[in-house]
Design a protein around this ligand. Structure first.
Ligand code: KG4
Ligand code: ZN
Length: 351
């Protein structure tokens, strides 16, 4: 069966995909029409549960997904006003992510696809973050994506639709992870990224902290040295019996992160003649990063796309947007599909 003749395409030829996302601590289901139009996007966050532990506890995440997944899928269909029989396909995040958490979504999507006799689409979480941008604007190729999330920091070149080439990645901590660890040292609750962002923007002064560029021609990132420099500053102040200037530390940390991200992204855009720069992932919600990238892109004449906040953090609408690529190419999964916590983005490229 290929995309065009798949069962369940709407009477007017529209493609309506029910997408499911459970890779980390958000249980989400969405209905997406033709890869661009969000008919519903229901998100149930577990953050309040995990906050007590200072981070995501994988076993707890899986259990919470199991508790709500059916309700969330039902709600997504109800809000979209679409009968299950009118769906074109069921899509699910196959990876990367927490294996137990992914498994819940994969089993739920497989069951639904089997019961309704609809095609199943295995989707890549980062392809989802990237294609969240298509919910905002039409993409023009080649384009460059700067992916900044709790688990990933990557520069991804797309030479054509659905083709992903990793040209840079973090060699240690992901940027969101570094934010959360710095936040923890300051004493903010999990996830601390937004608190560091706020403190940085409100502080009148900044600590001088290092910028890690790696080799001159490298598009890779490294944030663990910066994170350690922050922890050392905090500990040194405490040992001297002084109260650390947390605002200045947050601002110094944020300035270092932003300068490196913006510089490398712009350099990558120039080197590949990319026509657009797409910002995506949870850290794309960072106000300092959005402002700095917007200002720099305006100055350089580079078109920048940033999805609204709700499509930056984990959600199923973005999974439906990416799944549409595989609908068009007719690449479907079968019921032997397994969650893959290490799924490769390049290998997921459309054939
Ligand atoms: O994409 P996401 O929702 O989950 C992953 O796939 O990882 O990203 C979550 C990450 C967390 O580390 C969180 O602290 C960070 O995004 N984050 C922020 C901001 N909002 C969320 N980091 C910096 N500034 C923010 N405003
Ligand atoms: Zn994510």
């Amino acid at each position: 069966m290929n995309g065009n003749e798949a069962a369940g395409a709407g009477p007017d030829g529209d493609c309506c995909i029910l997408a499911v996302e459970t890779s980390c601590d958000e249980t989400s289901a969405a209905v997406i029409k033709n890869g661009r139009e969000v008919l519903s996007n229901v998100i149930s966050s577990q953050i309040d549960t995990h906050r007590a532990f200072g981070g995501v506890v994988p076993e707890v995440a899986s259990r919470k997904h199991v508790e709500v997944i059916t309700l969330i899928m039902e709600e997504a269909l109800e809000k979209a006003g679409i009968a299950p029989s009118d769906l074109s396909a069921i899509a699910v995040t196959q990876g990367p992510g927490l294996v137990g958490a992914l498994l819940v979504g994969v089993v739920a999507a497989k069951s639904m696809a089997f019961a309704l006799d609809k095609p199943l689409i295995a989707t890549h979480h980062i392809a989802g973050h990237i294609y969240a941008n298509r919910l905002v604007k039409e993409l023009q190729y080649p384009c460059m994506a700067l992916v900044v999330s709790g688990g990933h920091t990557e520069l991804v070149l797309m030479e054509r639709e659905g083709s992903f080439k990793l040209i840079g990645r973090t060699r240690d901590d992901a940027v969101g992870e570094a934010y959360d660890k710095v936040a923890r040292a300051i004493g903010y609750p999990y996830p601390g990224g937004p608190f560091v962002d706020k403190a940085a923007l409100e502080s009148p002064t900044a600590e001088e902290l290092p910028r890690v560029w790696l080799e001159p021609d490298s598009y890779d990132f490294s944030f663990s040295g910066l994170k350690s420099a922050v922890l050392n500053l905090v500990n040194r102040s405490k040992m001297k019996g002084e109260l650390p200037d947390y605002g200045a530390i947050a601002r110094g940390f944020q300035e270092s992160v932003i300068e490196v991200l913006v510089e490398k992204a712009i350099r990558a855009v120039r080197a590949t003649s990319a026509r657009q720069l797409l910002l995506c992932g949870g850290v794309a919600a960072n106000r300092g990063l959005r402002a700095a990238l917007t200002e720099r892109c305006e100055r350089e004449g580079v078109e920048l796309i940033i999805p609204p906040h709700a499509y930056c953090t984990d959600n199923a609408a973005m999974i439906g947007a990416a799944a549409y690529l595989k609908w068009q190419s007719g690449e479907f999964a079968d019921l032997s599909l397994k969650a893959d916590p290490g799924l490769s983005l390049e290998a997921w490229s459309v054939k």
